[in-house]
Design a protein around this ligand. Structure first.
Ligand SMILES: [Zn+2]
Length: 523
């Protein structure tokens, strides 16, 4: 069975669905109870939530046994991995210096992890009820448990963090609508088709959006509102807000984030989700650039939705703003790990080792304090220079020549951010060099990409040639040995690529540690 306090959290979260059935007019139709001791979990008469142990943290699943003749769901079965709570706990641990008082942690730590589990329980049960993900729900004020929730932490006026709204509670507005649509028994004589269409129309009037996995998961996704693990009503605003929350939590980060008796090296594991707290919001903001508004509207319904259904690019202004916000995550002052944290993390002690939850560094057994910056910057740059995103920009610019944001503009702004980064200290200068290398590498990759739209590759190639000339100018005057070595390396990479594009091998881009649960499935 499931141990407490996890058991109560799962029971409570799953029970939220009763709110949706009640809203559809069914009293007490949906109940969650403990499985009778003598019941067989394989018995098709029992729906089941199962808590299992696995070797790594993994996705959770909500599946159903379905009658293939009618589509009727006969049995719902949810499988939750016990290490799931560990990941939620780690996220909370990074944000909260919970061990100030030694062994008695701040209760908010456990509360946040359990609040996440209630959400997870409701989410997986939602799948067993036949519901798909709605990755636009967070934009509509957390309208569904079928989104992937990111903790929503706010800053108090005194600079402390407020965890009270970390995760939503109760069933969402969208969830009530899907149950109403999917489960309602209409009175005899009702024109069912018309009644169902009326529900959809009402959804639209309520301002609810719906887009699912295919719209939100790919790197090249285009809809500005469909994202995993995001918050807020507009991605750019939320990124700016989240960056401040992260900076604050990072300032407070230290020994009090782990309990007494924990090896100091384990601080790195707690640091990872905090340091990379902006990673999913960055993905969301990237979708604004080259972004396109669209819906799942069908013929016969389109005019009821005003002209929302028309496929239209995100405004130039919003795209330019999103680009600046993304580039601010490449600022060395933002990416720099404070010196006090660098001093805290020793190599792993005997019996411990680095793994997929720690940064992938270049310093051997010693913690690499620049590895996090490198992997975060590489991810942002890859999203910016995504060939499909840039191809959409070519076309958006062709349709509206007055647009500022174009592939040329994106690349120029990226190179400007990289080459004019903050270098107030030698440490920052070293980091800035790394970010330049990443930007140039990705630009070469784009120019070399045979699958990319040829005009996009052509623009990258021309920018690379221009950059090569500027590097000559800078090198001629450069006195600093380290900077000179760096610029020579950049020139050499461009030369190697130009001489023999087919043979040219890009150095591998640094990867971020796993964030989402590990595994090939999607839950
Ligand atoms: Zn799911």
């Amino acid at each position: 069975g499931v141990p407490e306090p996890v058991r109560s959290a799962l029971l409570e979260g799953a029970s939220w669905w009763n709110q949706a059935f009640e809203a559809a007019g069914y009293r007490n139709a949906f109940r969650v109870e403990m499985l009778p001791a003598d019941a067989d979990p394989m018995d098709v008469r029992y729906n089941l939530i199962q808590w299992v142990h696995r070797s790594t943290r993994g996705w959770s699943y909500g599946g159903s046994v379905i009658d293939p003749r009618t589509g009727e769901i006969i049995k719902g079965k949810v499988t939750l991995g016990s290490l799931r709570v560990r990941q939620d706990f780690l996220i909370a641990q990074g944000l909260l210096a919970a061990y100030e008082n030694g062994d008695n942690p701040d209760p908010r730590l456990m509360e946040m992890a359990l609040a996440r589990l209630r959400q997870l329980s409701a989410h997986e049960v939602g799948h067993t009820l036949g519901l798909a993900h709605n990755f636009t729900a967070s934009v509509d004020n957390r309208a569904s448990v079928m989104d992937y929730p990111h903790p929503y932490i706010t800053l108090n006026d005194d600079g402390s963090l407020d965890f009270s709204k970390a995760y939503d509670t109760g069933i969402g507005e969208w969830d009530k609508r899907t149950i109403l649509y999917g489960y309602q028994d209409f009175p005899e004589g009702t024109d069912e088709k018309a009644a169902l269409t009326a529900i959809l129309e009402e959804n639209m009037k309520m301002g609810l959006h719906y887009l699912s996995d295919q719209d939100a998961r790919p790197q090249s996704s285009a809809h500005p509102l469909a994202h995993l693990w995001d918050n807020g009503s507009w991605p750019t605003d939320e990124l700016k807000r989240l960056m401040e929350v992260r900076n604050t939590a990072l300032k407070n980060f230290g020994l009090d984030n782990i309990p007494n008796g924990t090896p100091l090296a384990e601080l790195e594991r707690v640091l990872v989700p905090l340091y990379l707290a902006h990673r999913y919001q960055v993905e969301a903001v990237a979708k604004v650039i080259g972004g396109v508004n669209y819906t799942y509207t069908v013929k016969g319904f389109e005019t009821r939705a005003g002209d929302q259904w028309k496929v239209r690019p995100v405004s130039d202004e919003k795209q330019a703003e999103a680009l600046q916000a993304l580039l601010s995550t490449l600022d060395t002052r933002y990416l720099e790990l404070p010196e006090n944290i660098r001093e805290l993390i020793p190599p792993q002690p005997i019996g411990y080792r680095r793994d997929r939850e720690t940064f992938k560094g270049n310093t051997g057994l010693v913690f690499d304090p620049m590895a996090g910056a490198e992997s975060a910057a590489a991810t942002t740059i890859a999203l910016l220079l995504n060939p499909e995103r840039l191809t959409r920009l070519v076309q958006q610019k062709a349709a509206e020549p007055d647009r500022l944001v174009s592939p040329q503009y994106v690349i120029e702004m990226l190179l400007t951010r990289a080459f004019f980064n903050h270098r107030e200290t030698p440490w920052q200068a070293e980091m800035a060099n790394k970010i330049e290398k990443l930007a140039v590498r990705q630009l070469i990759a784009l120019a070399a990409d045979k699958n990319a739209d040829q005009q996009v590759a052509a623009i990258a190639l021309l920018q690379l040639d221009d950059l090569d000339k500027q590097l000559d100018l800078e090198l001629a005057n450069e006195k600093d040995f380290s900077r000179k070595a760096h610029l020579t390396w950049l020139k050499n990479e461009i030369r190697l690529f130009r001489q023999n594009p087919k043979e040219y091998q890009l150095p591998p881009a640094p990867q971020m540690p796993d964030g989402s649960p590990i595994g090939c499935g999607e839950g």
